[in-house]
Design a protein around this ligand. Structure first.
Ligand code: HEC
Length: 116
């Protein structure tokens, strides 16, 4: 019983951690919302600053990433790079598309201090 309560508290805590990374905008489409969820799970670890003291591993992404070329962004996500895993066996094409739709909502920003 006690264990169950602790587990529930943990789930609530980690769920709010995900939301803190970027609450979905009210204007988001379903695909963009889905993209945000998948992005938080699979991409945020490298593409957002997880903690103040750790350096971000991958570049900041925005709607201007790769010149805003959706086809190229899909290609990167599917194939990966020497430093980034490819996701073509992990996600359905529709899921990759949702992630691209989400990336297209991120405004370009100045790189945070310490990022490459
Ligand atoms: C293990 C860390 C890691 C994960 C997980 C990861 N990436 Fe990356 N990503 C990188 C790195 C590092 C680069 C920079 C390219 C390089 O150096 O090889 C990159 C590059 C990119 C680029 C090209 C950016 C540019 O400006 O050239 C896109 C788009 C991208 N990632 C999207 C994603 C998406 C979407 C996900 C989740 C499905 C994801 N990445 C997951 C590390 C990661």
């Amino acid at each position: 019983m006690r264990r169950g309560v602790l587990a529930a508290a943990f789930v609530v805590a980690s769920a709010s951690g995900v939301l803190a990374q970027g609450a979905p905008d009210a204007s988001f489409t379903d695909a963009q919302r889905e993209g945000l969820r998948l992005f938080s799970q699979s991409c945020g670890v490298c593409h957002t600053v997880v903690q103040q003291r750790t350096r971000q591993y991958g570049p900041v992404l925005s709607r201007e990433t790769l010149g805003g070329d959706e086809e190229l962004i899909r290609e990167y996500i599917s194939t990966g790079t020497p430093r980034m895993p490819g996701f073509r066996y992990y996600f359905e094409p529709a899921q990759i598309n949702s992630i691209v739709q989400y990336i297209k909502t991120i405004p370009p920003q100045a790189a945070p201090a310490g990022a490459r």
